[in-house]
Design a protein around this ligand. Structure first.
Ligand SMILES: *Cc1c(COP(=O)(O)O)cnc(C)c1O
Length: 817
């Protein structure tokens, strides 16, 4: 779109020189700008960030057009055009709505409580062979995601599939204007987001607004609320279900081992149809797709053959530790340029100093030369240094990749890659593995990942980010966040987490020891890092890696000053720890005069922050004590500031302090265990568990009544039993206190008790009441069904000790929803 057109649309005064400026892209995130020169950067305020804080960054990257809030103070950059409006989000939606209106193609709008993304992706697979389709990448279905998705509509597209998700009233209308669906699909009405609406009816009413101008709507007739809504609809209702008279009637349904047989009737004709699923949700999603396909004119035969191949969607990205210290990003989500771009963004985020490599197959179906060229440009832009291509079509366009100075390596198929790839090329690399389904890239992932003894600690980066944002939202503007990553990020993993937090824009990291800080630096983390327990023997490496010491006593402060005077550094950033009641480390009240004396006119250092640690922030019984700590802290800070003559950051609150003591946030808070989904306080906060400990069954055996199980004959069976042995023991961090029925694990959707004593490497479970437990079955030790808190209580300890006690032999895997 021309900038001129946008200016007119927003009813802004226009200037002569901008006449022919072309806007090809809308950007809302400076980390994801592709072609800054033709991007309109939209400064959005969300609960997480204020886009206006990133104008400088966007400018530095080359953006020259900005859509900003009327009231914001904008920096004066040369040759820059600001479009100032009341509401940049609404303006962006208007721009995209205008873009959308230029296309006269079928546009399918999908909404409902569950299944939106799956229906969209399956329809894409079914329709793409006949129609060149545009769709939202992944589940970009929000107030921001929808306009960015619809903006991608191009003249070559013949059909579009857009999903819309809302969480409260008043939102759908905006999305309707942006999508302007001609055909609607209402997936179903469930409990998701109930809290945002007065009632289920109100939620349905709001969602249905997506169809206000659609000619037809597809829905399932099994819910009286939906039936009533459909009856009022002015367009055509394409309903399906058991009810006679439905547009498509399901006459019979039969479940077999892995598929379901339907007998359907539509337009007077009866025909059988098979779906390769047996679970309710997949069947409902599949039927929506069948009906949409028929309505769009595809034959039953075509639909049967295409839908026979549908598979459940793998939505998440998985990070796995690979061979030769590499890190693998396994993305088995459907393969197209959009999802490739998203995966590359994640790869870039984790690259640090390591070499980014992509292992890609040919695109599915027929892809044009132009598409491969776009892929080449994208790979180059995201810093890919080595492309390992599998298949013949991409290789035909080899020149595109070589032009961009990328190393390339080609294999005809996955088998020959597995046989011939020189694994040393991947040493210390970050590797994206993404291929079309027929290339079976799961074999590549299996061959490149570190051998695992199948007990895993799964760190969910999306949940971690969610938790971070929950705390971020609870802080007033301007209060910074330091994240405590001591003990390998509470037992999780260090550098990966550090890079993620850097990407999420936290202000500071803290570790316990110098070595931990060095590991973060070597992993490419550039954030300031505080070291809480700097050992004088390691001062040299501390300074060499730009780590900032916490100094807690006159002795160590003097030692550090002596070290600095030899290095010749001045104004070195340090942190002062004050003891206001913890009595662990820190300058106490009686040590203040000595501290002030040392700080007075001291050019070698610069005090970045001063802080104290609350002893019992989680416990209301000790609130008086907490307040007394705060008073001592304030007083000490005042004295220090007087001596220094400059301000510094003050901080006191840990996780529980953030929620329980909003008056003690000072200038920064120190978030620890809350990041992992454990609130620390008794209040309920909508955190998500960020770690899951998983293992697998190695053997299942029948053991007769009166036999014993395990060491020491502690468990004598009272009945004939079935015992499953799993691959985890106290050497992995599964504590021995959990023996003999105290602890439970979760498998095949049920909790089962530990039987006998926990061994060093194995534990036995009583699975007598579960049908069909098999070797290899996955088992949750803690995570969503069994909480860390529960285990801690059973062991008479705190969640911190359980988390940090998971031994390093348990492999860490990172996942991204
Ligand atoms: C560990 C630690 C924190 C974080 O504590 P959580 O309770 O995990 O939030 C904060 N400050 C200091 C000094 C710590 O050692």
């Amino acid at each position: 779109m021309l900038l001129r057109e946008i200016v007119q649309l927003l009813k802004l005064p226009h200037s002569e020189e901008e006449k022919e400026v072309q806007i090809d892209w809308l950007g809302t995130d400076t980390r994801q700008l592709n072609t800054p020169a033709t991007t309109l950067f939209v400064a959005l305020k969300t609960s997480k960030r204020d886009g206006h804080q990133y104008l400088q960054q966007a400018y530095d990257l080359g953006v020259r057009c900005f859509l900003v809030e009327q009231s914001s103070l904008v920096p004066l950059f040369p040759h820059t055009r600001y479009l100032q409006v009341d509401d940049p989000l609404a303006a962006m939606q208007l721009i995209v709505a205008t873009h959308r209106a230029k296309f006269h193609i079928p546009v399918i709008g999908i909404t409902g409580s569950n299944g939106k993304t799956i229906v969209k992706e399956w329809l894409y697979q079914i329709l793409q062979p006949d129609f060149d389709c545009c769709r939202n990448p992944r589940s970009y279905n929000s107030q921001i995601g929808v306009p960015l998705s619809v903006w991608a509509l191009q003249p070559h597209h013949q059909l579009a599939l857009f999903e819309a998700g809302i969480s409260t009233t008043g939102e759908m209308q905006n999305l309707q204007k942006v999508i302007q669906p001609t055909l609607g699909i209402f997936t179903n009405l469930g409990a998701a987001h109930d809290e945002g609406f007065e009632s289920r009816e109100a939620k349905l009413h709001e969602k249905w607004k997506l169809f206000s101008e659609a000619k037809a709507v597809i829905c399932h007739t099994n819910d009286p609320l939906i039936d009533a809504k459909a009856a009022d609809f002015t367009g055509k209702v394409i309903d399906w279900g058991k009810q006679p008279g439905s547009w498509l009637q399901v006459i019979a349904q039969k479940t077999e081992a892995t598929e379901t047989q339907f007998e359907c009737q539509q337009d007077g004709k009866q025909f059988p149809f098979r779906l390769p699923f047996i679970d309710e949700a997949s069947l409902e999603n599949g039927m929506h797709c069948l009906v949409a396909g028929l309505y769009l004119g595809l034959s039953v035969e075509t639909l049967q053959s295409r839908m026979g191949q549908l598979q459940p969607l793998q939505m998440r990205l998985e990070w796995k530790k690979g061979i030769l210290q590499s890190l693998l990003l396994n993305d088995s989500y459907s393969y197209d340029i959009h999802s490739l771009e998203i995966a590359l963004n994640h790869l870039q985020q984790q690259a640090g100093h390591n070499k980014p490599v992509a292992i890609l197959s040919d695109l599915p179906g027929q892809a044009s030369a132009e598409t491969y060229q776009r892929i080449a440009v994208l790979l180059a832009k995201k810093g890919i240094r080595l492309l390992i291509g599998v298949g013949n079509s991409m290789k035909q366009h080899e020149a595109f990749f070589q032009e961009l100075k990328m190393d390339t390596l080609w294999f005809t198929d996955t088998g020959s890659l597995l046989e011939k790839l020189d694994r040393h090329l991947l040493e210390k690399a970050v590797v994206l593995v993404k291929g079309a389904r027929i290339f079976t890239f799961e074999k590549i992932v299996a061959s490149l990942q570190q051998q695992q003894h199948e007990t895993l600690l799964e760190i969910n980066l999306s949940n971690l980010t969610h938790n971070l944002n929950i705390y971020r939202q609870s802080l007033p503007k301007g209060v910074r966040i330091m994240v405590m990553l001591k003990a390998f990020g509470y037992g999780s993993t260090d550098a990966e987490l550090g890079r993620r937090l850097q990407h999420e824009g936290v202000d500071y990291l803290a570790v316990a020891y110098t070595d931990e800080g060095i590991a973060l630096r070597q992993g490419g983390v550039r954030l300031p890092i505080m070291v809480m327990n700097p050992e004088p023997g390691a001062f040299a490496s501390l300074v060499a890696f730009d780590l900032e010491p916490e100094l807690y006593a006159a002795g160590i402060l003097e030692a550090f000053l002596r070290h600095l005077s030899v290095t010749g550094k001045t104004q070195y950033p340090i942190h002062i720890k004050l003891d206001t009641g913890m009595h662990r480390l820190g300058f106490g009240q009686e040590d203040l005069p000595a501290l002030l004396e040392l700080l007075k006119e001291q050019p070698l250092i610069r005090v970045k922050t001063a802080f104290t640690h609350l002893v019992a922030s989680e416990n209301p019984l000790h609130d008086d004590f907490t307040n007394q700590q705060a008073a001592l802290f304030r007083e000490a800070c005042t004295q220090i500031e007087q001596v220094l003559g400059y301000p510094f950051i003050r901080h006191a609150a840990n996780t529980a302090g953030i929620t329980r003591h909003p008056d003690l946030h000072f200038d920064m808070v120190r978030l620890g265990i809350g990041l992992f989904g454990i609130s620390g306080a008794f209040q309920s906060i909508p955190l998500l568990p960020a770690s899951r400990l998983l293992t697998t069954v190695s053997q299942v055996k029948k053991v007769a009544a009166r036999e014993s199980v395990g060491y020491g004959r502690q468990a004598i069976l009272e009945r004939d039993s079935k015992i499953a042995t799993v691959r985890i023991g106290y050497a992995d961090g599964y504590r021995r206190q959990l023996s003999n029925g105290v602890g439970h694990m979760y498998l095949r959707n049920q909790r089962v008790p530990v039987v006998g004593n926990v061994c060093m490497d194995m534990t036995m479970l009583d699975v007598t009441d579960l049908p069909d437990v098999l070797p290899g079955d996955p088992v949750e030790v803690f995570g969503t069904q069994i909480t860390v808190k529960e285990l801690a209580e059973l062991c008479g300890t705190i969640p911190y000790e359980i988390l940090t006690g998971i031994s390093q032999r348990v492999k860490r895997i990172l996942v991204e929803e």
